[in-house]
Design a protein around this ligand. Structure first.
Ligand SMILES: Nc1nc2c(c(=O)[nH]1)N[C@H]1C(S)=C(S)[C@@H](COP(=O)(O)O)O[C@H]1N2
Ligand SMILES: [Mo]
Length: 170
């Protein structure tokens, strides 16, 4: 059992997301808003990113192997407008969201698999955002991704779950 599996899963894991029905909306400052099904995303090139997952609460899951599609290729399906600087990644669980600068968002992987198996719901399935840069924080790995909204300006902390995620850390 990996550290990630051992880690206590929050009780508010959404139960209403059906992988078959699930789709990802790309909205905001795009040429054309799109809603991409799992099948649409499966037609994009897939890749594997291996990295430790370190939570600010003090635990680390070593060598997580995430398989999915690079967010850049997802955004290309909608077309990124000139001047876009940020993406706000929204989860299906309530108002959890995370803002990332466009370069960090583009290089992130939208993961559907962890360690060779379909990502289970407890850990964010059907799709979880996995930033791949060295400066990534645990709370930026948005589970149950439902929408990526592109913006020209930096979203405020009020738009994101940063404080909520960090408030869980003693
Ligand atoms: N949608 C959503 N994503 C989230 C969170 C959350 O509460 N909701 N918590 C974050 C934090 S702080 C951590 S450490 C990891 C925990 O991932 P795990 O539950 O797979 O161990 O999910 C991140 N992504
Ligand atoms: Mo965390």
């Amino acid at each position: 059992m990996t550290e990630l599996e051992r880690h206590e899963v929050p009780e508010d894991v959404p139960t209403e997301i059906e992988p078959v029905e699930w789709s990802l909306d790309v909205t905001g400052r795009v040429r054309e808003p799109v809603s991409l099904s799992r099948g649409d995303l499966a037609s994009l090139p897939s890749e594997t990113f291996v990295g430790d997952f370190a939570c600010a609460e003090g635990w680390v899951a070593d060598d997580c192997s995430w398989r999915g599609v690079r967010v850049e290729s997802v955004l290309d399906r909608a077309g990124v407008d000139d001047g876009v600087a940020y993406g706000l990644v929204h989860a299906a669980d309530g108002d959890y969201a995370c803002a990332l600068p466009l370069d960090r968002l583009s290089s992130a992987v939208l993961a559907f698999e962890l360690d060779g198996a379909a990502l289970d719901r407890a850990h964010g399935g059907p799709a979880r955002l996995v930033p791949t840069d060295e400066g990534r924080d645990c709370w930026e790995s948005v589970k149950w991704v439902a929408e990526i909204e592109l913006r020209r300006r930096q979203p405020t902390d009020a738009d994101t779950a940063r404080e909520r995620a960090l408030s869980r850390i003693e």
